[in-house]
Design a protein around this ligand. Structure first.
Ligand code: XMP
Length: 267
């Protein structure tokens, strides 16, 4: 497991223990946070971020795999929609929607042979397959999460401070969805950080902090999506919790756009 430092709060640790304790997998942990943060420093363009992350990930992976004698394959959970969106309909580079890191990020020449057993399936079909294999429901029904992770949920330049702010806000949002029994009604939900600072008041002092955007959508396969209709009460609760719980954020907005014309991720 390569820690890119771009996962949700505690996600790396939690996944590691699940794989190790429940599935008895022999996992090697590689902490590459600093490498990723360094390479991403000052990068603004989303496609550049995706390419950097995909390339660095596979470079680290190949280097580590070499230390094991018999490793020949790289298996990826690429789904059919990843392929469709990473491919342009006209053949031009600019016409494609985005490079999903596991499709567009891989180098042309790779020592490991790529296998992608799920690349002709949609997510609902993959969940059915997983269910018939008896996989843990915490894995099966987990919301999708993009390979480039939080780097594409922080608009513009990223740094450790912004990542920490976003992880904390996102964690509050996710826990509230679970507490209120809403998590499973939603295809995908997350918090994002907008690089816009606005003025606020906390107690009797002026604040000048970032804006947190919440996104929650319903969808069948991620190809189209509609906003999830939270109650006003829930939106109020979550906004208060985030602003009171996370220093660095003083405004919360809810994204009401559907896909299309928007996408699910921001970048
Ligand atoms: P968009 O934002 O394109 O997202 O509407 C559609 C679905 O794909 C996920 N996504 C990714 N998954 N690598 C991935 O593995 C990526 O680079 C990537 N980009 C988007 C997104 O989270 C949503 O579920």
């Amino acid at each position: 497991m390569v820690d890119t430092g771009l996962l949700r709060k505690d996600e790396f640790k939690k996944s590691y223990y699940l794989f190790k304790n429940k599935y008895k997998l022999n996992i090697k942990l590689i902490n590459s946070k600093k490498l990723f943060y360094n390479k991403l420093k000052n990068v603004i363009d989303p496609e550049k971020k995706r390419k950097i992350i995909g390339n660095l990930f596979i470079k680290i992976f190949e280097k580590e795999a070499k230390k094991f004698k018999k490793v020949k394959y790289l298996a990826q959970g690429t789904l059919y929609p990843d392929i469709i969106e990473s491919r342009s309909s006209t053949g031009s580079q600019s016409a494609k929607i985005k490079s999903h890191h596991n499709v567009g990020g891989l180098p042309k020449k790779m020592k490991l042979k790529l296998i992608e057993p799920l690349n002709e399936f949609f997510k609902d079909e993959v969940r059915k397959l997983g269910k018939s294999l008896g996989l843990d429901s915490s894995i099966l029904y987990k919301h999708p999460f993009p390979g480039p992770g939080l780097a594409i949920r922080i608009i513009g330049k990223i740094n450790e401070k912004k990542i920490k702010i976003l992880q904390d806000a996102d964690n509050i949002f996710m826990n509230s969805l679970i507490e209120h029994n809403i998590y499973d009604k939603i295809w995908q939900a997350y918090a994002a950080l907008l690089p816009v600072k606005t003025v606020g008041v906390m107690g009797d002092t002026r604040t000048f902090e970032y804006t947190c955007l919440l996104r929650a959508v319903t969808s069948e396969d991620g190809m189209t999506a509609a906003k999830y209709n939270f109650t006003n009460e829930f939106l109020g609760i979550i906004s208060n919790k985030i602003i009171n719980g996370v220093s660095g954020i003083n405004r919360v907005v809810y994204d009401i756009t559907s896909k299309p014309p928007s996408t699910i991720e921001l970048e």
